[in-house]
Design a protein around this ligand. Structure first.
Ligand SMILES: *Cc1c(COP(=O)(O)O)cnc(C)c1O
Length: 380
């Protein structure tokens, strides 16, 4: 099945009971046994649920993995993946990534007795130097949030495979429509399905997809043990959103590139971080590794943090909110909003400036979006 067909059909067939075309919401906690010692395909919804399975199978097909897992939030997916590590293990994390990932690995994983190192994984020599005999997992995110820097997934996967360390890639920003990390050698893909996968800003969720059965087995064990799974109703919503992923991603990509080009030519803009622009230092890697650029990027305004705050106060159509990947356009200030859980030094080291603004470009008419930014910049 091609991607556009798989989003509609993978993991789903008419319901065996009544032929319902969409997987019904199996809003149940428990399932009847046929007899003692004879459970059916499902016994208890924490361990498995038909609505969740439809979503999990669809996600596995879209990422090209053996098995998918749906979680209550992206952070629940992260906590479950991090459960693969124990005391004495070493974790390498890219030094420029989602603020919540920084928080969970520093505040929680480090407390489990796992040694954590932050490394700039754009530098493959730095990765080689950081790998230790006990390195069990290398955590990547590309494009990074909010800098839009890229990591060479194939090169990182090869280095880690040679070393016997697993790799994980947070693929939230692009979705499998624009980037398939497992095809590049990565072992596990992670999503906050809250973002593009669901795409309608009406549910929080997360996902993991594993490339091989042994890793999938371990993830399944921890999903059941921790109870981090997603509820049936939320799985139904994510599955419904997922059906239009290719259509939405094309619209996000087209609008975001047009807005980025317009901003780059504006006299009040200092710089635009968008991997589709000729000015992006890793544009060649973007074209090699991704089939599109997504809808989220950042830029810096002239005039410092105050000018950025004035712009944020003056937008009318763009909604001032955290999150990204929904059909509506959002705007935010990483320094005081999404990345506040990183200490100021860590923010500065990652290149996050007070004059930086991140936007998630929605699927509205691009002229309305540009007009809104134009009037907001005129005032600031
Ligand atoms: C939002 C996000 C997360 C966390 O997901 P939640 O659904 O908010 O728990 C993780 N990674 C990235 C890149 C995100 O944007």
């Amino acid at each position: 099945m091609r991607f556009e067909t798989a989003v509609v059909h993978a993991g789903q067939s008419p319901d065996p009971a009544y032929g319902a075309v969409m997987p019904p919401i199996y809003q149940v906690s428990t399932f009847a046994f046929k007899g003692v010692g004879e459970p059916g395909p499902f016994d208890y919804s924490r361990s498995g649920n038909p609505t969740r399975k439809a979503l999990e199978d669809c996600l596995a097909a879209l990422e090209g993995g053996v098995r998918g897992f749906a979680f209550g939030t992206g952070m629940a997916a992260e906590a479950t993946a991090l459960s693969l590590l124990g005391a004495g293990d070493h974790l390498i994390v890219h030094n420029d990534l989602y603020g919540g990932t920084y928080r969970i690995v520093t505040q929680w994983t480090a407390r489990q007795g796992v040694a954590v190192d932050f490394v700039d994984l754009r530098d493959l020599d730095a990765l080689q130097k950081a790998l230790r005999p006990n390195t069990k997992l290398v955590w990547t995110e590309t494009p990074t949030n909010p800098m839009m820097n890229l990591l060479d997934l194939r090169a990182i996967a090869e280095a880690c495979m040679a070393h016997g360390a697993l790799t994980i890639c947070d693929n939230t920003f692009l979705s499998p429509y624009f980037q398939r990390p497992l095809d590049l050698g990565i072992d596990i893909v992670l999503h906050s399905t809250t973002k593009y996968i669901n795409g309608h800003s009406d549910v929080v969720g997360g996902a993991l997809v594993a490339k091989d059965a042994a890793v999938a087995e371990r993830i399944g064990y921890w999903q059941n043990c921790l109870g981090t799974c997603q509820a049936p109703f939320d799985c139904f919503l994510v599955l419904r959103g997922l059906k239009t992923l290719p259509l939405r991603m094309e619209a996000h990509n087209r609008n975001a590139l047009a807005v980025a080009r317009w901003l780059e030519a504006h006299p009040k803009i200092l710089r635009v971080n968008h991997p589709g622009l000729e000015s992006h230092p890793q544009r060649e890697l973007a074209i090699r590794q991704m089939t599109g650029f997504g809808g989220t990027f950042s830029f810096r305004v002239k005039g410092g943090g105050d000018a950025a705050l004035r712009m944020l106060a003056n937008v009318k159509l763009f909604i001032l909110a955290e999150s990204l990947g929904g059909v509506e356009s959002l705007i935010e200030h990483p320094w005081t909003m999404t990345h506040i859980s990183m200490p100021p030094e860590a923010r500065a080291a990652a290149g996050i400036a007070e004059d930086m603004i991140r936007i998630s470009v929605g699927i509205e008419h691009v002229d309305d979006l540009i007009e809104d930014l134009e009037q907001a910049l005129a005032i600031c």
